[in-house]
Design a protein around this ligand. Structure first.
Ligand code: GLU
Length: 502
């Protein structure tokens, strides 16, 4: 059987990382089995559709490198891939169910249903439209076919409901989920879900099942929040006489505290992004927060799924290689912002330094230092292994372009001694006289001076760093000196002597 999976978001807003992970698992599974990864936009509820959400979803998948094989932007033979463009299919199929008696027409008004709901509540019960009261309500069960036909012709609004369970049916339905295992569902507890709304539009359940069938979806991999719908979906397949796909419900992503589902608001609360890309111009995503897509993919893949062994860093191809539905965990994965950052750090350190250079170049331009003679590529290489996020770039690199305006007090107190000004004055002389300006040449020059004069190297390096950087941070001090250039370094050292030693 050909593997065909789908990611089926409703375009009600930006894609949350829970959705990203569902998309990712679908992608990995499809690629692992040489199958197709389909993007289907479930936009039958036009009231909930949000402008820009569909484009956002597609851009986010593209940024993450998990691009669908079929979807609204391709011309696959299973299209259209937007449910709003597929109404004819739902009409055709719902008619089949009504004809066979698996679905029925119901005329109860919203007010009547609300009334019954509150009456039940008053008795401490919950109202459910189901096998127990179906024939006492206003529908094609309680009325004759002629009456029903008359009402329809008169234009009385109606919905179409699914006849979920009847007294003579088997009460228990046994389901198989590839993550959760075997489940037994008591059908007598379910209600008769609406399949077509008064406006003639299908509900999620009908459209989802019809499309999964028509698009020949072999495996439904989706979030655990849809597990309660699985019985209804399997019943719908049965009613149509279709073979259901394999189901795999992926556990939720939990809050950093481990308690409850990670929500959009948790991002603000805990200070980390929950969307891949920025949304609304005001909510930054992982991209804007300096994450590499590869690291987010790696982290999310391991959140709720674990390969055998200790290995943690997997690129997309390696993930495809080792992915299996069987290793998806049953319990939710706790989102750990620090671990997510750790993955990014690992990826940044091994990334091509041109990625860092590109970000740095933009920063340098926006801050107005594009005329400085400092070699951006060299700086990028020097700071690369000091970065956790791409947004750290300017913080780690600024002193290559901007001379210190003040000096870290604690560092000065500890490292700047009475003799420092004299030592650095000698260093200035040595630097000024050196023909060679590579970091190695400068290092041996200063080391030689320290050795010859019995001065501890730290007595030179720490103050030199304070003079060049303003504090004790940064990469190798001779690299800094050589990258800034000897002349500019000398200016900085002179400034520091003036400021600090007075
Ligand atoms: N449209 C549903 C959602 O937004 C799809 C659920 C499913 O994959 O069946 O999550």
């Amino acid at each position: 059987m050909a593997v065909r999976v789908r990611f089926a978001p409703s375009p009600t807003g930006p894609l949350h990382i829970g959705g990203v992970r569902t998309a990712l698992y679908n992608y990995l599974f499809a690629k692992k089995h040489d199958g197709a990864f389909v993007l289907r936009i479930e936009d039958t509820d036009q009231n909930r559709s949000v402008k820009g959400a569909e484009a956002y979803i597609m851009n986010a998948l593209e940024w993450l490198g998990i691009t669908p094989d079929e979807g609204p932007s391709t011309n696959g033979r299973y299209g259209p891939y937007r449910q709003s463009e597929r109404k004819e299919f739902y009409v055709k199929h719902i008619n089949e169910l009504v004809r066979s008696g698996a679905a029925y027409v119901a005329f109860d008004t919203a007010a009547e249903l609300a009334h019954m709901r509150s009456r039940a509540e008053a008795k401490g019960e919950t109202f459910s439209y189901n096998w127990k009261n179906r024939s006492a309500l206003k529908n094609s069960f309680s009325q004759s076919p002629e009456e029903t036909q008359k009402l329809i012709e008169r234009g009385v609004p109606y919905v179409i409901r699914f006849k979920t369970f009847s007294e003579n049916d088997n009460r228990f339905l046994s389901l198989q989920d590839d993550v959760r295992g075997k489940l037994e569902i008591d059908l007598s507890l379910l209600d008769d879900k609406i399949l077509v709304k008064q406006d003639g539009m299908p509900t999620y359940h009908l459209a989802n099942v019809v499309d999964d069938y028509l698009m020949e979806i072999s495996h439904v991999i989706r979030g655990e929040e849809w597990l309660p719908s699985m019985a209804l979906h399997v019943l719908l397949y049965n009613a149509f006489g279709w073979k259901p796909p394999v189901f795999a419900h992926v556990p939720l992503i939990l809050k950093p505290t481990g308690k409850g589902k990670l929500s959009k608001r948790d991002g603000d609360k805990f200070g980390f992004p929950v969307f891949p890309l920025k949304w609304d111009k005001i909510t930054p995503g992982f991209k804007e927060n300096g994450y590499l897509p590869e690291s987010l993919v790696n982290y999310l893949a391991l959140l709720g799924w674990s390969p055998n062994g200790e290995k943690e860093i997997f690129n997309l191809d390696e993930l495809v290689e080792v992915f299996s539905l069987k290793s998806i965990t049953k319990s939710g994965g706790r989102f750990d912002p620090d671990r997510c950052k750790w993955f990014n750090q690992q990826y940044l350190q091994n990334a091509d330094s041109s990625i860092v250079a590109t970000v740095l170049e933009k920063e340098v331009k926006s801050k107005g230092f594009e005329d400085s003679a400092v070699d951006i590529n060299r700086v990028a290489q020097l700071i690369q292994n000091r970065l956790t996020l791409l947004t750290d770039v300017w913080n780690e690199a600024s002193f290559f372009f901007v001379e210190p305006l003040n000096y870290d007090e604690k560092a000065v107190r500890k490292q700047w001694k009475d003799e420092t000004a004299d030592i650095l004055t000698t260093v200035i002389g040595l630097l000024g006289g050196s023909k060679e300006t590579s970091a190695n040449a400068l290092r041996s020059l200063i080391k030689g001076y320290a050795n010859d004069n019995g001065i501890g190297l730290g007595k030179i390096m720490a103050p030199l760093r304070i003079a060049l950087v303003g504090s004790l941070r940064g990469p190798d001090v001779f690299e800094i000196c050589s990258t800034i250039g000897v002349n500019k370094s000398i200016l900085r050292i002179n400034n520091a002597i003036k400021h600090i030693s007075g």
